[in-house]
Design a protein around this ligand. Structure first.
Ligand code: NAD
Ligand code: UDX
Length: 460
């Protein structure tokens, strides 16, 4: 069997690497139009940082895992074609700011129809609005030769960044949606299920109709994000009342109906998925004439935006209502630990707010590149004369970032931040020295003993 995947991004790359790793008799080719990305997948410096990914790629690459820009050959040879291209929020026209932009998906469908000379299974791996498969099928069948049939399946990906390999190796479930009502549809579902069965127990492979599968992905992300916005809303109430949000989260999480996961209050959720997928859900609800349902889910985003700006305001008001010219150290820039991804990271929004207030930002992140941080902050590295930007200082070393700072903000929960020598950091900072723990990962009592003034999300 031959599998191809269009899109070698955060999802396509690791997902296909895992399939190739687990199924040594299946040839897996990942095709992308971005040559630099493909070159990186073929090098020692993979374009995605994920714990364990290097080993999986190294074991399979060149054996039965290939990365290429030649999508035509990849499409022609494949029995199953995964589509794992981006589905960003639309920035233009109808639905701008909410609806998913499906242009990359449609281009893939047209490519598949044009270059296929036999029937194939097409798998939606990207996260898509419910009922996209219908449009996909129409484009495929309108552009292909007679006698060629495409079975469209929905197989959304539930991996989280930073734990992608663990999630792929041991998924809570694999979801496959297809045309359950036809024999050909059931056969296609079975073919894909057989691939996952190489390593996933059958009882963890759920099959549904197409629309349930497409919708389940959006709903899963909406529920997860809703938990974070819920606990973040409570963090504000804790700060006013003397309750401690971590204690509240623990107490409610012990109820087995609530459960302990995804109740960590934070400076706000980031990442490429939650906001985009909820906006998409909101758009769909509006489109299907359900404005009250749309407003309900939109509140999850509104609360998240509020949490991020509340954090920047807290820094400014605590530092005596001005950060103008003051150095603020930001520890962490990635949207969560163990990833180099900064898409929608809270650090970017808080950083921009502080720059608007004319602070000097000293940013340290163990994995995010200097170029990426400048890009996200919408700042250039140098001025017209080539002098370094005086407002943004990217530091390889966390102690250097904190040196001469008035405040230090923990933006990402990197484990290494817990073990820093905070006495040394304190000595190098202006007094009073403030710490704003946007992730509640530090030992606040110990910090106060050193002399820090500590602000913790949800009071502690
Ligand atoms: P990404 O931007 O990292 O990767 C998409 C890739 O598709 C890019 O490299 C791009 O060059 C390529 N591409 C675009 N058009 C192409 C074409 N016609 N042919 C071949 N390649 C093409 O995106 P991602 O984070 O991997 O996300 C992909 C999809 O998976 C999205 O729908 C996203 O919502 C979903 N998803 C993402 C995550 C995540 O954690 N990032 C998790 C689950 C689901
Ligand atoms: C998410 C979903 O978890 C995953 O199933 C889906 O496939 C893609 O979207 P991801 O965005 O990679 O994954 O990471 P996730 O672990 O969900 O974290 C998202 C954001 O929420 C991060 O900024 C994280 O720091 C934040 N978060 C998470 C909290 O603030 N508190 C929590 O309790 C959990």
């Amino acid at each position: 069997m031959k599998i191809c995947c269009l899109g070698a991004g955060y999802v396509g790359g690791p997902t296909m690497a895992m399939i190739a790793y687990k199924c040594s008799d299946i040839t897996v080719t990942v095709a992308d139009i971005n040559e630099a990305r493909i070159n990186a997948w073929n090098s020692d410096e993979l374009p995605v940082f994920e714990p364990g990914l290097d080993d999986v790629v190294k074991a399979a690459r060149g054996r039965n895992l290939f990365f290429t820009t030649d999508k035509v050959t990849a499409i022609k040879e494949a029995d199953i074609i995964f589509v794992s291209v981006g589905t960003p929020t639309k920035t233009y026209g109808a639905g701008a700011g909410k609806a998913a932009d499906l242009k990359y998906i449609e281009l893939c469908a047209r490519d598949i129809a044009e270059h296929s000379d036999r029937s194939k299974i097409v798998v939606e791996k990207s996260t898509l609005p419910v009922r996209t498969a219908q449009g996909l099928k129409t484009v495929l069948s309108a552009n292909t030769r007679e006698g060629i049939d495409f079975q469209v399946l929905s197989n959304p990906e539930f991996l989280a960044e930073g734990t992608a390999i663990e999630d792929l190796e041991n998924p809570d479930r694999v979801l496959i949606g297809g045309e359950e009502e036809t024999e050909a549809g059931r056969a296609a579902i079975e073919t894909l299920a057989k691939v996952y069965e190489y390593w996933v127990p059958r009882e963890n492979i759920i099959t549904t109709n197409l629309w349930s599968s497409e919708l389940s992905k959006l709903v899963a992300n909406a529920f997860l994000a809703q938990r974070i916005s819920s606990i973040n809303s409570i963090s504000a109430l804790c700060e006013r009342t003397g309750a401690n949000v971590d204690q509240v989260a623990y107490a409610i999480g012990r109820d087995s109906r609530i459960g302990p996961k995804f109740l960590k209050a934070s400076v706000g959720f980031g990442g490429s998925c939650f906001q985009k997928d909820i906006l998409n859900l909101v758009y769909l609800c509006e489109y299907f004439g359900l404005p009250d349902v749309a407003a309900y889910w939109e509140q999850v985003i509104i609360m998240n935006d509020w949490q991020k700006s509340r954090f920047s305001q807290k820094i400014v008001t605590t530092l005596f209502n001005t950060v103008n010219g003051k150095r603020i150290a930001m520890l962490g820039f990635a949207f969560k630990k163990d990833t180099n991804d900064t898409r929608e990271t809270a650090a970017m929004y808080v950083g921009r707010d502080l720059l608007d207030e004319q602070a000097v930002l000293a940013v340290h992140d163990p994995k995010v590149s200097r170029e990426q941080i400048f890009k996200d902050l919408k700042e250039s590295e140098t001025d017209a004369e080539g002098n370094p930007n005086p407002l943004v200082d990217i530091c390889d070393d966390p102690y250097e970032a904190a040196k001469g700072a008035h405040g230090l903000a923990v933006m990402t929960e990197w484990d290494s931040f817990k073990d820093l020598d905070y006495k040394k950091i304190y000595e190098g900072m202006y007094k009073p020295a403030f710490i704003f723990d946007g992730r509640n990962i530090l030992d606040h009592e110990a910090l106060r003993e050193i002399g820090f003034e500590v602000f913790a999300i949800g009071g502690k």
